[in-house]
Write a protein that binds this ligand. Structure first.
Ligand code: FE2
Length: 362
């Protein structure tokens, strides 16, 4: 069991740089059921960035748009389109976390600093991870504001769809770089290799990928890392790397306690999901055995099911939520299983490849 050298407590929030945060906030509220709770922008003295802070359960997203082409976030947007720039951790002590991370080989992104407003102050620092993605560290002692210094409350309720928290976040890295980043998460953050999948597990007629899941010692923070493997055609990871312009976050998995409710609402709200063929459901009972959910429900909502030694899980995957075929979402409900749906990989990747083919990218 690895220790927790940076004293990470949880994922504090995930920051996305997007082209139009105001409209993205509307989408995450109306489609995904997040509520906006805080805002920073010109009116609050933020001259560079407009930031809309959204929350559902314990999942917190910041949607940020640069005001000017000179801001570093404008570079991120130019290179990657809408995407994740920061997976931010709540830590005991941001200075200590940063110092220890750098001592363990991390590259600094932001030196420790104090952020403050009339509600108090927080300490912040950040290190670089794959691509142009960073991990921020935030520590709080007496801060009483709505979110972080500079933000004002902006409560706009969404209709909750039952999302509890971020279950895991997957990074796509270049061919040959997965081991490097797995070792990085182990060396710098003290994470352990939780599961790995190779191209025998994850391959179709056309493409393959390899994956290693890195996890903290409490299994609360899980970061799978994917790299493409050689196949007959361009893999979904290659397509991502091509359109994202390098490594980055591929998908965010959101945990639900009732996937039937969550997916029913998301579908009604217009969220688009990958579709698997009917034949998947013909095979399902013999593949996963007894489950508590009705097969008809699972079939009609196109939910995927997988079982391992510990239990089973239900999951499904959205289409990319931007025009570039890059970042997408997973909705997952766990019934004992701590896995990632290995038994669904083939059906899922074939579904992805059908869509890749339509985009002319297979
Ligand atoms: Fe996933």
């Amino acid at each position: 069991m690895p220790d927790n050298p940076l004293r990470l407590k949880s994922i504090h929030h995930v920051t996305f740089v997007v082209g139009n945060a105001k409209q993205a906030a509307y989408y995450y509220r109306k489609a995904f059921g997040f509520s906006q709770f805080a805002y920073a922008g010109l009116e609050t003295g933020s001259r560079d960035l407009a930031c809309h802070a959204m929350q559902q359960g314990k999942a917190r997203f910041v949607l940020a748009t640069p005001y000017r082409s000179t801001s570093p976030e404008a570079d991120h947007l130019h290179r990657h389109g809408d995407g994740v720039v920061d997976i931010a951790f709540h830590v005991e002590d941001a200075d200590a976390a940063f110092g220890e991370a750098v001592r363990r080989g991390a590259q600094p992104a932001v030196e420790p600093r104090t952020l403050s407003d009339e509600h108090g102050s927080v300490r912040h620092a950040a290190i670089r991870t794959y691509g142009d993605t960073v991990h921020s560290f935030y520590s709080f002692t007496d801060y009483t504001g709505p979110f972080l210094p500079g933000y004002v409350p902006r409560p706009i309720a969404g209709e909750d769809v039952g999302i509890l928290r971020v279950d895991h976040m997957v990074g796509n890295v270049e061919l040959g770089q997965m081991e490097h980043w797995a070792t990085w998460y182990s060396t710098v953050l003290g994470f352990a290799r939780y599961i790995s999948f190779d191209d025998k597990d994850i391959s179709t007629e056309y493409s393959a990928l390899m994956s290693i899941v890195m996890s903290d010692n409490s299994y609360a923070i899980k970061f799978p890392l994917n790299e493409p493997a050689a196949g007959k055609r361009k893999s979904q990871i290659d397509e991502y790397l091509d359109f994202y312009g390098g490594p980055g976050v591929q998908h965010v998995a959101l945990l639900s306690a009732d996937i039937e409710q969550t997916v029913t609402r998301l579908r009604a709200n217009g969220v688009e999901f990958l579709s698997v063929p009917d034949s998947y459901y013909d095979m399902l009972p013999q593949r996963v055995g007894e489950i508590e959910e009705a097969i008809e429900m699972v079939r009609s909502l196109r939910i995927l099911v997988d079982r391992d030694e510990e239990g089973y899980l239900l999951q499904l995957f959205s289409r990319p939520v931007e025009d570039r075929p890059t970042v997408f979402y997973e909705i997952i409900q766990r019934k004992g299983s701590r896995g990632f749906g290995k038994g669904n990989f083939r059906a899922l990747f074939e579904a992805i490849e059908r869509e890749q083919e339509l985009r002319g990218n297979l």
